[in-house]
Design a protein around this ligand. Structure first.
Ligand SMILES: Nc1ncnc2c1ncn2[C@@H]1O[C@H](COP(=O)(O)OP(=O)(O)OP(=O)(O)O)[C@@H](O)[C@H]1O
Length: 304
């Protein structure tokens, strides 16, 4: 698979603030790519540069083979962008909004209608296509925003925190839309999110902090490297089990009611449970999470 985005030594400062300090990463075509980092990490600055909205101080970026800085118009035609603040007019219907947008691209009336209907169908917005944008629910608005970014059939879609501020039902609906979009149309989706359960569904994750790339990999790679699975045991008799663990040099943490044993994989729990079965009142085996990865890598809590 080829890299549709290649970034090397990209930098940007605002006065004395080095927002992006010479970063390198790439995005494979057709994948869902999650770009994470705490507030102020430099994500927006990076995305603004990739989308041609902000001029880098240095580095090289190619997007679908086009060079940032030299082929910006072609890059703009290759990408679709959904920022947190919508660009749609609340008084116009979704259809009118999309027609207005698409008419900039010099299409015939028939082509225009087809492009708008196609974009609306992809995000499942057909049902509210003729409703005023301002009257829609948060989740419907978000899907309309995504439709707007799809009318000119981009190859890459940039989504900046697409589910932030939505209720749980709308979040799930928007998230399903994004996943379907990527699997069914083969679009490359470049997304920022503060929801780690969303990030862990991405094909590839890059975590940024203080202007630098702190970690990259698949969710499995990152969890394996930066989080551990945990065996939580509630002993029948604490002191008896403690003595057993000490005798067999089992590393554990005393958490009051329970003992915690870090595992590199959940299946490691099986022999331990067999061995200490008689001493155990209750058990829980917990998988490492993307939250653990984020906290470990950035040194900060996940902010939502
Ligand atoms: N226009 C600007 N002028 C001065 N400093 C800026 C400007 N925009 C961003 N910064 C600074 O650059 C750094 C990176 O900010 P950026 O917005 O790129 O981070 P972010 O990861 O997108 O954060 P968030 O998740 O809060 O959007 C921060 O220290 C921020 O204060």
């Amino acid at each position: 698979m080829n890299n549709i985005i290649e970034v090397s030594s990209l930098k940007k400062s605002y006065g004395d603030v080095q927002a992006v300090k010479g970063i390198d990463f790439s995005v494979q075509q057709g994948t869902l790519f999650a770009f994470l980092g705490e507030n102020g990490a430099g994500k927006s600055t990076t995305i603004d540069m990739l989308c041609t909205l902000l001029k880098p101080d240095g580095g090289n970026v190619t997007i679908d083979g086009f060079t940032l800085g030299a082929d910006d118009e072609k890059i703009r035609n290759t990408i679709g962008i959904v920022f947190q603040d919508s660009l749609l007019d609340p008084l116009l219907t979704v259809h009118e909004n999309l027609i207005v947008r698409e008419s900039f691209y010099g299409k015939s009336r028939a082509e225009l209608k087809q492009a708008v209907e196609r974009a609306a169908a992809i995000v499942d917005a057909t049902e509210f296509l003729h409703r005023a944008y301002g009257m829609l629910s948060g989740g419907q608005r978000r899907r309309a925003d995504i439709a707007r970014a799809l009318v000119h059939t981009p190859k890459i879609l940039f989504l900046d925190e697409p589910t932030t501020g939505l209720d749980p039902y709308s979040r799930r609906k928007v998230w399903e839309t994004i996943k379907n979009l990527q699997t069914e149309t083969g679009l490359t989706v470049f997304l920022t999110t503060h929801y780690m359960e969303e990030a862990s569904q991405a094909d590839y994750i890059t975590i940024m902090g203080k202007g630098e790339i702190l970690a990259k990999g698949t969710s499995i790679d990152l969890k394996q490297k930066y989080s551990s699975d945990l065996l939580k045991i509630k002993p029948k008799e604490k002191e008896l089990l403690r003595a057993q663990f000490k005798q067999n040099q089992i590393m554990f943490q005393d958490k009051g009611e329970t003992f915690h044993i870090p595992l590199t994989s959940t299946v490691e729990a099986i022999p331990l449970l067999k061995l200490y079965e008689d001493y155990i009142a209750n058990v829980e085996v917990v998988n490492g999470t993307m939250d653990d990865v984020f906290i470990h890598v950035t040194g900060t809590e996940v902010q939502v």
